[in-house]
Design a protein. Sequence first.
Length: 331
Amino acid sequence: MSRRGDFSSIRDSMKAYWKNKSENPWNRIYKALAKEMGDQENESLLERVMLVREAVFCGLDMISLSLALDVGANELLSIMTNEKEWKDGRREARSRCVSLLKKKIEEGKVDYIVESGLEKDGFTYLIPEVREARVAKFKEAKPTLDTKKVDLTPLRKSRYGRQLLRSLNIVETSLDTTDDRVEQLVETYEHQLLELELSDTAELDFDEQTQQITLNGVPVDSKEKGVGEEIRKTRPAGTDRDFSSQEELTDYVEESLKEVEYAGDLQALDGIGPAMESKLRECGYDSFVAIAHAQVEELSASVHGVGSARAKMLIEGARRLLDGGEEGGAS
């Protein structure tokens, strides 16, 4: 299915794991591949392993993270299949990847992270952090004139730096300070840095990030085309499944955008007022996603004034919100 690009069928198979594990053995795929491969590296089997990896990331709606993260698909499958149902398994696997992605962003390792891919996979709320990391890396790469040569290596390690050098047709790794292009380089750098810092303060258009899309990632324009017609046109050749209802599309949108929907006002959760919200954010619990995936002991130990009982209440409340329930605001 991965070879054909039939990722919606892969996702259906993952969801069916809990109904029939013998027909959808996602918990045993890598063991079977390892047994088949043995001690010899077969090119066909290696290709199959790569296809399974892509299938796992696509099935969990995280294709943009396949290259960006070092996590193995077998680890994600283990996380997913250890849960009691698809919704929980998908959420926990995505949460694991988000935590790894945030660590990479904090370390400034953002070269293989594509913003458009994050948006398509429902991780739009992470894009400002990625852009901030890119700007910080660009700022650190400022050309210095305190030596006889201007080292351009730091700029080449920054995406914005590489764009700058290309715009000036500079292919060298260093320039003499007497080179006529140095002055233009410094001026253009300062101008581009200012533009980046100003544009980085602009807020994202959250209307577009919650736009409904088909299972193949094509935006749905309900005013012009029927949902069933649009999905059928974007289905891979050879599939005749009827998507005339909006059930599967709605399920996809609800699941993949939970993180975005509840990434903001923590006070929407019972038991959280302004003071508690400030404490939670200071300790790194800046979204319902972070709270929902915390452990009771971890949360109570990290946040002053939160005991085990209250921590359990906050975690359960956040999970209900992520699963589509409702909470009242704090008084």
